[in-house]
Unconditional design. Sequence first.
Length: 373
Amino acid sequence: MGRKNVLRDFCVLIVEDENDAIENLRDILSLDGYPLKLVSSCAAASRAIGEKKFDCAIIDWTLPDGGGDSLISELARVQPDTPVVVVTGIREFDTAISALRHGAHDFLTKPINPDLLRSILVRLVERQRHVAVIEEAKQKDQQRLLADERLAAMAEMVAGLAHESRNAFQRCYACLAELSLDLGEMPDSLILVEKIQTALDDVHFVLEEVRNYSKPIVLEKRHFDIRKLFEDTWMEILDVRSSPNVPSIRYNSLNYFPPAVLLDFQRLKQVARNLLENAIAACDVNGSIEVSFDLAPYPDSMIILSVDDSGKGIRKANWEKIFTPFFTTKTRGTGLGLAICQRIIEAHSGRISLQESNLGGAKFCMEIPLSPF
C-alpha cells in the first residue's frame, strides 16, 4: 500500500502566518498524502477546530493575533485528543520548553527539517493506530461481557423452565402411551396421538437446544483428522435421512493441510453437522456442496475451512443477522444453529463468516488458529 493511502485519513491543521513556512509545510505534507487545513491566525484556527476534528495541529508559537499557548489551551478544551507540534525560531528554546509545559506533543525549529517533521508525524500516526486498536479491543471486551451476562441470565431462566416442564412432559408422554393402548383399533386416532407426541418432542428439543446454547463452552481438545470428521458426519447425516435424494458433495484440500489438528472433536462435529444440514436444506437433489480445507501460511498459521453450496443463498439484508440467536428464515427450527457454530469457533479463538459463494448459494468460512502439537 502506498504512503498516500496509509496517511489519507490523518488530517493536519497548520496555523502559520509566514509564507515561506506555509509553502514548505504544504510541499512536505501534501507530497506525503496528508489532508491539510491551512490558516494564518488564532481566530481562523479557532473557527477550524470548532468545525472539524483534526488528528494533529502544527502551530507557530507567535501569531499576529495571539500566542500559541492560548491556542493549545483552546485545543485541549475542544479537541483534547489532538496532539500539537509547535514551530519556533531556531534560537527560541525557552519558547519550545514553554510550549511543552503547556501541553505540546513536540516542537520544530525554523527552517523546518523535512525528515524530522515526517518522523514526528509518523510517530503520531502509529500512536493513533495503537489507540484505535486498544479502543476496539475494549469495545469487544465490553460486548463479550454483555453477551456473557445475557447468556447467564438465559441459562438460569431456561434451567428453571426445563425443570418445571420435565414433570409435565413425563405426564403427557405417559397419558399418550395409555391412550395409544385404548385406541389400538382406531388407526386414524393413533395417527393423531403420534402427531401430538411429535409436537411434544419438538418442544422438548427446543428447550434442550436453548439450554445447551446457554451453557459455558469448555473445550476438550485432542488430535484428529478434521477432513475425516466432515466425511463421517456427512455419512451419519445420510444414514438417518428418510430420503436418499441429497446433493452431491466434494472435498478439496488446498495447499498443505495437516493430517491432524488439536481442537475439540465433539464441538467441531457439531459445527460440521449444522453447516452440512443447512447446505442440504438449501439445495435441491441436483445441487452440490463443496467442503474445502486450507492452511494459511506462517506467521498466521490458521486452518481455513469452508462449506459452500449451490442453493438459493441468503439475502444480503440478512447477512448481518444470521449469527444472531433465534434468527431464522426457516419455518422450523430455533434459529440457534449458526449462533452455536459461532460460539464454538470463537471459543477456539477463531471466526466464522458468510462469504460470496463460488457455487451460487451460501458459503460459510471458518478460520481457526492452528494449535501447537
